[in-house]
Design a protein around this ligand. Structure first.
Ligand SMILES: *[C@@H]1O[C@H](CO)[C@@H](O)[C@H](O)[C@H]1NC(C)=O
Length: 643
């Protein structure tokens, strides 16, 4: 089909993650027959092809003893990785596989046969039924399986290949033989340099594989599959073959096969949908609001004039007109009254602003293609780094808001800003990590990485935040356009009961609608270890979310003020922050639809991570909503005359 492929192409340009590479990522060239390193990564759960479900959450170390994979003689070495890569569960280590550029080799074995006792067999059988994938890297390129798209018939590479499979009779077989097909590209002046541009692995099960003397092996014809016996010992010989194919793919485009848009139409459809929706919303909000406001302001200012005339004794006005003096003007003496728990609000706003900038810039960089997937975990690393640097902004926003709220505990504010939100996130992360660690999976982030995180936090982020706070407190407080009355005004009973929860719930719905579809794709790639790269879409969607949040919160606050309820600060924050709650609820829905795993640890981890994501989205949207409402109220009260 023509149209989808054009769409795909456009989508790839839109999310041109593959177009550029960081200067540091230079191609590696090999001589003919030179050894090409093959590294192994942790085994990850996947989206099962059979029932379209995800059956597990935690990753397992490749060298977890129960898999009995062959180890290098001197023991596996760690391969240097970025911080983000480790946090995201990569555990890359060396392996004893011998690949020589351009040399086809069949049926090799690297270690003696392995014995699986009942317990190990049971463990591996459950991992196979859960659809675990083996992940290998040849020159940084993941060993992939070829998958055909059900809709378009396109063939693409999906990283990882199955550990085993469940046959139609319900037997569980282990894939102990791997056919590794490596595509290479000739480069250089006389084509004397060879580069790895594609890695496919076809794994199958072979009960007849035997290791014979002299480090050689003998493979069967693949007729008999290897069942793991649960009542007794099973001998397993791991074997592999390597095939090299010359390819026209250039090194710079070697990742393209991995970027597959499952259904690009959905992305476009949702994007166009949300855009129309947001434009409509913006139009509605601005016309209604502008017209209503202009009318209000004109009326208020006319009334002022009339009142002046009144004093001079030339009354020509009916009672009605004067009684009309209602609505948001009446609360002008209270609208800038400092909210309850101003300290907490200002700290949250500071962290929210920090998060806002971090997400925006990370997605922008990713969209521009600076964070290519060949730099594993680079996205997370850059995100962390940006968050750390924007600590300055966080401190500044928190301090300045606190000062504007008239808060006096400035030392407490300064100290809390860099600790509250990062501390909560880190604490939760740490607790969940303890659980993974207790389960013996490799998903647990090592202690050294944890310490590095704490180090970055206290050595860079905290001082930056303190600096920002200091700078923020030096600045004058933002002067509200109207003075705050001594005595708080009574809030009419009607408006109190009018719409607290419904209005709060409503505010978060629209921003959530704007991100809903993209969220689904992010969730799928997050939990089934696929590559997410549609950053072009994500950037637009992020912008749409910001706009919708701002609009709906402004509407909420306008209606509140019209109902003479002036306690808008927390309401604006919580109302727009509701988006996070919807994200969380949606994640639970995703769980019910797509994920079927039992076990306490899996459940707690899933719910915990989703709560964390929901909380951060809530903080982000809450901050956007608050500031939109803040500038809105500054603007409207500036335009009326108050005696
Ligand atoms: C190696 O195997 C591949 C795939 O079977 C084949 O296309 C290629 O010609 C072989 N190369 C050599 C040098 O035999």
């Amino acid at each position: 089909m023509r149209v989808p492929s054009i769409l795909t192409a456009t989508a790839l340009v839109a999310g041109s993650a593959h177009a550029f590479y960081l200067p540091g990522v230079a191609p590696t060239s090999f001589e003919k027959d030179q050894r090409v390193p093959l590294n192994v990564n942790s085994l990850t759960p996947s989206l099962s092809h059979q029932d379209d479900q995800i059956h597990a959450v935690v990753a397992y170390d490749y060298y977890h003893s129960t898999f009995r994979f062959c180890k290098p003689e001197k023991g596996p070495q760690w391969v240097r990785e970025s911080l983000g890569s480790i946090i995201f569960g990569d555990r890359i280590r060396t392996s004893p596989f011998e690949l020589h550029m351009g040399r086809n080799e069949t049926c090799k074995s690297i270690c003696d046969s392995r014995a699986f006792d009942e317990q190990a067999a049971r463990f591996v059988r459950s991992r196979i039924s859960e659809g675990y994938l083996v992940n290998i890297l040849v020159d940084g390129l993941p060993g992939a399986e070829q998958v055909r798209d059900g809709y378009t018939g396109e063939v693409y590479s999906s990283p990882g290949f199955p550990l085993g499979r469940v046959t139609e009779q319900g037997d569980v077989v282990l894939n102990n033989h791997w056919d590794i097909v490596v595509d290479y590209h000739r480069a250089g002046l006389r084509g004397g340099r060879y580069r790895v541009v594609g890695v496919l692995v076809q794994a199958h099960s072979d009960a007849d594989a035997r290791r014979i003397d002299g480090g050689k092996a003998e493979c069967g014809n693949g007729k008999r599959e290897l069942l793991l016996n649960e009542n007794g010992e099973t001998k397993v010989t791991y074997t592999y073959s390597v095939y090299w194919r010359e390819s026209k793919t250039a090194w710079a485009t070697r990742w393209d096969k991995y970027f597959h848009v499952e259904d690009p139409k959905i992305h476009w459809f949702s994007l166009i949908n949300s855009t129309i929706f947001v434009v409509f919303l913006l139009g509605m909000v601005s016309t209604i609001l502008l017209r209503a406001l202009r009318k209000d302001i004109a009326r208020y200012n006319r009334l002022d004039n009339i009142n002046l005339d009144d004093l001079s004794g030339t009354s020509a006005v009916g009672e009605d007109d004067i009684q009309e003096d209602s609505g948001w003007k009446l609360v002008h003496g209270d609208v800038f009254r400092s909210p309850r728990h101003a300290l907490l609000l200002s700290v949250l706003l500071g962290s929210g602003a920090q998060l806002f900038l971090m997400v925006g810039f990370t997605v922008l960089f990713a969209m521009l293609g600076f964070l290519s997937p060949s730099n594993r975990g680079f996205l997370t690393t850059v995100g962390l780094l940006l968050y750390t640097i924007f600590g300055f902004v966080g401190g500044y926003v928190s301090a300045r808001s606190y000062k504007t709220f008239g808060g006096e505990l400035w030392k407490v504010n300064m100290a809390t800003t860099p600790l509250l939100v990062p501390g909560t996130v880190f604490g939760l992360f740490f607790l969940m990590n303890l659980m993974v660690w207790a389960k013996g999976s490799s998903g647990a982030v090592p202690l050294s990485t944890m310490l590095a995180l704490i180090g970055i936090w206290f050595v860079i982020s905290v001082p930056l935040s303190l600096g920002g706070s200091w700078f923020g407190f030096k600045q004058p407080a933002i002067e509200p356009p109207t003075r705050v009355n001594q005595i708080p005004r009574q809030i009419p009973q009607v408006s109190r009961s009018l719409s607290l929860w419904p209005s709060i719930m409503m505010t978060g719905v629209l921003p959530f609608c704007a991100i809903f579809v993209e969220l689904y794709f992010i969730m799928t790639s997050l939990w089934s270890s696929r590559i997410y790269y549609m950053f072009g879409f994500l950037f637009v969607v992020y912008g749409l979310m910001v706009l919708t949040t701002a609009c709906t919160t402004v509407l909420l606050v306008y209606f509140m003020l019209c109902a003479e309820d002036y306690r808008w600060q927390w309401r604006a924050f919580v109302g727009s922050g509701m988006t996070g709650v919807y994200v969380f609820v949606n994640a639970l829905g995703f769980w019910a639809m797509k994920i079927s795993f039992g076990g306490m640890v899996g459940t707690v981890l899933y719910v915990g991570y989703c709560a964390l994501i929901g909380g951060l989205v809530g903080l982000l949207c809450g901050t956007i909503g608050f500031f939109a409402a803040f500038f809105f109220s500054m603007r409207i009260y500036k335009s009326i005359k108050i005696d």
